[in-house]
Design a protein around this ligand. Structure first.
Ligand SMILES: [Zn+2]
Length: 129
């Protein structure tokens, strides 16, 4: 459960710089502990990293939870949907189709090819239901 949500903050999209409303709040964890959420953008997604071996710029390994937070607006994610990876990829593809299919088709032929491939796949999924 959350309490005392600060909804007045702002955070810029990492890609385009668009200003997003950012929520910040304390949450009670399942184990009863507390955690402060400092980045929760409206109209976008939050990505965090604690760094890792292989990065030339961020691998603190300090045991203090030092991390980086990045917000990316939904539009930028839709625009680069081909570069999205992970088990939630289908959710993003469907959202991209629903919100932006005509724009994507006009934008460039390669994206149009992707959109058509996704539309075909979704139709097949619908037919299997
Ligand atoms: Zn953006």
């Amino acid at each position: 459960m959350s309490e005392g949500i600060d909804t007045e903050g702002k955070i810029e999209c990492f890609c385009c710089g668009k200003e997003l409303t950012n929520w910040a709040y304390d949450v009670t964890l399942r184990n009863g502990g507390r955690s402060f959420v400092s980045v929760h953008p409206m109209g976008g997604l939050h990505f965090e990293t604690y760094g890792h071996y292989g990065s030339r710029i961020f691998d603190p390994m300090d045991g203090k939870g030092t991390k980086l937070d990045i917000a990316i607006c939904d539009e930028c994610i839709i625009e680069k949907v081909k570069r999205v990876h992970g088990t939630g990829f289908n959710h993003v593809r469907e959202a991209a189709l629903e919100e932006n299919v005509e724009y994507k088709k006009e934008k460039d032929a390669e994206d149009a090819w992707l959109i058509e491939a996704i539309e075909t796949q979704l139709k097949e999924l619908d037919n299997n239901d």
